[in-house]
Design a protein around this ligand. Sequence first.
Ligand code: FES
Length: 128
Amino acid sequence: MLRSLLSSFCYSAAPSSQESQFVPKINVTNRNAVALEVEATNGISVMENIRDLDASVDAICGGLCSCATCHVFIDADWTAKLGTRSSEEQDLVGHLSSFDPDRSRLSCQIMMSDELDGLTLTVAPEDF
Ligand code: FES
């Protein structure tokens, strides 16, 4: 009886070995025009997922929406899915010389999730 109870608890709590863990991807073109595919982690920003790549965003404020060094250009197929920029983000990114009103986003302001699997972006040139 006890073994049966433990078995049912353990069975329901443990993931099936046949289930695969879905890992969303981000397609990044870095500042050297090299295309990279990133296996992303959900629940953290796009900036945090791409900042350790070669020739990627600098993100010097660490995601506090105060530096704009995480500027990226979002592929046209994805811009509508990400929604609009907040007023804080707009104020910051809108002053950059490379600002593109249709595609510019601060990658620290985009939270990664399964719904963004396949997100495609280009790291913007340094603006400073
Ligand atoms: S990391 Fe500084 S604004 Fe995004």
